[in-house]
Design a binder for this molecule. Sequence first.
Ligand code: AMP
Ligand code: ZN
Length: 112
Amino acid sequence: MDCLFCKIVAGEIPAKLVHQEETLLAFADIHPQAPTHVLVLPRRHLGSLAEAGKQDRELLGRLLEAVAEIASRLGLSGGYRTVINTGADGGQTVEHLHLHLLGGRPMHWPPG
Ligand code: AMP
Ligand code: ZN
């Protein structure tokens, strides 16, 4: 499978790691949209949120919990934005589930 984020998980493509644990990895987005822009993702390939099922409940919960922990560790005490783009209309460009953690500036609503 030709998946960019699987290659980062495998260490074949370098990334600026922010956090790693048994099932997850977090690294800096290569094109940051905010002073802090981190991607949090499962090590195991899962194409998108739309492909998640019952068996992924624990993983999805841990992904959200990890986002909050990383935000706290990075000092985002004023708040932050968490985004999951899903599919073409959702703006997903890399087909390996990932959560965007954006912070360090005020966020606007609605998103584009
Ligand atoms: P999405 O559009 O939600 O699929 O997000 C994909 C994200 O991956 C974008 O914000 C990209 O900037 C980011 N990205 C693409 N290639 C890399 C890479 N090699 N290292 C880190 N982030 C990347
Ligand atoms: Zn993958």
